[in-house]
Design a protein around this ligand. Structure first.
Ligand SMILES: [Zn+2]
Length: 271
């Protein structure tokens, strides 16, 4: 049975004061998710396995932007160790198409992926993180249990299963990009503490560690997400190996979840 998750007092967190609810032990949860189904996802999986972490891979069946996608047998192999979620049929940005095509992409992507894997698929990820309330409803009607977004700087359990936020994209963004993301996505009070931590760390490795340290100190969820195909461009493989080694020393085994398990944990905790 999992440890009861500690609620977080954000007003106190914003003032740098650690508040621990009476009788509850603070806990850090670590989850990762990787988008687009690129063949390099298997290398991400190897690193996660090496350090004892879980992950969810959101895969389309093809990619209309021209990036390669794992062949079906590789998806099945990956699915034996990790959760596989859907990412539409061909990485379709839902806001760029009409409602009929959006439904086809969401429902068809689920059905085709389930045929490949031979079992149900419960997780969905909106390509580009862009969606409307209509798309959200189509995802629900299609039978998914949850959907991940790209909103960052969260450490709370997902309040809306179909708007699962993240903590940080695995990419060394400039501070200006972090500021733009923070401002444009709202809910600033909830995201302010991790945003401030991220701005205070100039290089990517120390930003990752600083944000993880913050979650470990104050409790909550550290949700790292990214694209394997981006890692070649910034020495990302070595840094990910080192960061996961660091995280493995901080996160207990029971706190290492995939996205589906995170949702189940949130539901069991009453969010
Ligand atoms: Zn994507």
């Amino acid at each position: 049975m999992r440890t009861v998750y500690a609620e977080i007092d954000f007003a106190a967190a914003l003032h740098g004061i650690a508040v621990e609810p009476c009788g509850m032990k603070k806990k850090a949860i670590f989850t990762t998710s990787w988008d687009d189904g690129h063949p390099l996802d298997t290398r991400i999986a190897e690193l996660l396995s090496r350090h004892g972490f879980q992950g969810t891979f959101y895969v389309p069946l093809s990619n209309r932007e021209g990036l390669p996608v794992m062949p079906p047998e590789e998806m099945r192999r990956l699915g034996r160790g990790f959760e596989i979620g859907s990412h539409t049929i061909d990485h379709c940005y839902l806001k760029t198409v009409g409602a009929v095509e959006a439904r086809n992409q969401i429902v068809g992507g689920k059905n085709q992926l389930e045929q490949i894997l031979g079992h149900g698929v419960s997780g969905f990820c909106y390509p580009g993180g862009d969606y409307t309330l209509e798309h959200r409803q189509i995802v629900i009607d299609a039978g998914f249990d949850y959907a991940r977004t790209i909103v960052n700087f969260y450490r709370t359990l997902p309040a809306d299963p179909f708007g699962m936020p993240t903590t940080l994209q695995y990419y060394p963004h400039a501070r200006s990009v972090l500021v733009r993301n923070f401002i444009s996505r709202g809910e600033w009070a909830r995201r302010n503490d991790l945003f401030c931590v991220s701005l205070g760390r100039g290089d990517f490795a120390s930003r990752l560690r600083g944000m993880l340290d913050h979650v470990c100190l104050h409790g909550g969820v550290f949700h790292l997400w990214g694209h394997s195909w981006e890692l070649e461009s910034f020495d990302g493989w070595r840094q990910l190996d080192e960061f996961l080694r660091y995280a493995a020393g901080r996160i207990p085994v029971e706190g290492r979840l995939n996205n589906r398990e995170l949702l189940q944990h949130a539901a069991a905790s009453g969010r």
